[in-house]
Ligand binder design. Structure first.
Ligand code: IPM
Ligand code: MG
Length: 359
């Protein structure tokens, strides 16, 4: 029994709609398990731009750092797309990752048997897939210097730098091995070592750290092959560890194995305060219409409990409640299946709350 302080950033698009459902589930869990979760709202992204002129106000950073964990909705939308780079909502998100030193991004992609038919891939290829994509989040080409745009005429150019230091690689790869120890004991390190020096160093460090974990099988894959193998035979993977941009791309691909990006949660950890967000983004095309699937957000809550607050049993309860709504044939539009009812965002949240109470 304890009191936890949770920062909440609703953000833009479907962020607020799904965050409401997540919080409903969180408070139900609190009542059930005797914990109190005090929540406090902060601004980021487009909502912050409109209210304060910047995508990440200082008091958001300060408040979040002073809490036990951050539950994040989604940010961005067409309204803010044409702003200069440093004012874009996405710049706020990247700054927040950096401020929180959230260098490890966990993106589990689990195919529920009930949803194996909801994917565009064959169910027999998908059934049993359970992958943890571990993405380095505060380095690589997203942050490397120099970066910019200069020159003029045909010589005008845009440039970025892919750079990895050994310490950045070492800590994320070590985390991959530690996670694998609690799973099927396989780590696949994804790089482009046949072309990039940064990847060559990545691979050398992965091999060196791997020696500390003789129980775990380490393999290496070039990113282009990994993209192909993920759709060819996803069950071959247990933990995938990779750099920032490769992880960005492969985690979207992995999400499609599960049927819908509306099912996928993520945890960004490493610093003092963990940062937990669904990976679907703000989906402006369906915002405010009660069409969004709140299960990614509710799954995110489970990661917050497990990795942010070390409440493993409570996290398992949330996972069971999610499983139960799927077993009971409840669906949102993104995971619709013939003959099954399509629920609104609120109805799906309520359904999870009901099942959670009954556990
Ligand atoms: C993600 C998103 C972000 C990223 C964008 C919104 C900056 O695609 O979290 O995967 O590229 O990291
Ligand atoms: Mg992405």
């Amino acid at each position: 029994m304890a009191n936890f302080r949770i920062s909440v950033i609703n953000g833009d698009g479907i962020g607020p709609e799904v965050a409401v459902e997540g919080l409903k589930v969180l408070h139900t869990l609190g009542a059930k398990c005797g914990h109190t979760f005090s929540t406090k709202d902060y601004l980021a992204g487009g909502a912050a731009l409109d209210a304060t002129g910047v995508p990440l106000p200082d008091d958001t950073v300060k408040g979040v750092k002073d809490s036990d964990a951050l539950l994040f909705g989604a940010i961005g939308g067409p309204k803010w797309e044409n702003l200069p780079h440093h004012l874009k909502p996405e710049a706020g998100l990247l700054k927040l990752r950096k401020e929180l030193d959230a260098w490890a991004n966990l993106r589990p992609a689990v195919v529920f048997d009930e949803l194996a038919d909801a994917s565009s891939l064959k169910p027999e290829v998908l059934k049993g897939t359970d992958i943890m994509v571990l993405r380095e989040l505060t380095g690589g080409i997203y942050f490397g210097l120099p970066r910019g745009i200069d020159g003029s005429g045909p010589n005008r150019r845009g440039f970025n730098t892919e750079v990895y230091h050994e310490y950045e690689i070492e800590r994320i790869v070590r985390m991959a091995f530690q996670i694998a120890l609690g799973r099927r004991k396989k780590v696949c390190s994804v790089d482009k070592a046949n072309v990039l020096e940064s990847s060559q160093v990545w691979r050398e460090v992965a091999i060196r750290v791997g020696k500390e974990f003789p129980q775990v099988a380490l393999s290496h894959m070039y990113v282009d092959n990994a993209a192909m193998q993920l759709v060819r035979d996803p069950k071959q993977f247990d933990v995938i560890v990779t750099g920032n941009i490769f992880g960005d791309i492969l985690s979207d691909e992995a999400s499609q194995l599960t049927g819908s990006i509306g099912m996928l949660a993520s945890a960004s950890v490493g610093g003092p305060v963990g940062f937990f967000e669904p990976i679907h983004g703000s989906a402006p095309d369906i915002a405010g219409q009660q069409k969004a699937n709140p299960l990614a957000m509710i799954g995110t809550l489970s990661l917050l409990l497990r990795y942010g607050l070390k409440l493993d049993q409570e996290a398992a309860l949330i996972d069971r409640a999610i499983r139960k709504v799927l077993q009971d044939g409840l669906r949102t539009g993104d995971i619709k299946q013939p003959g099954l009812p399509i629920l609104t965002t609120t109805q799906m949240g309520d359904a999870v709350v009901e099942r959670l109470k009954a556990l």
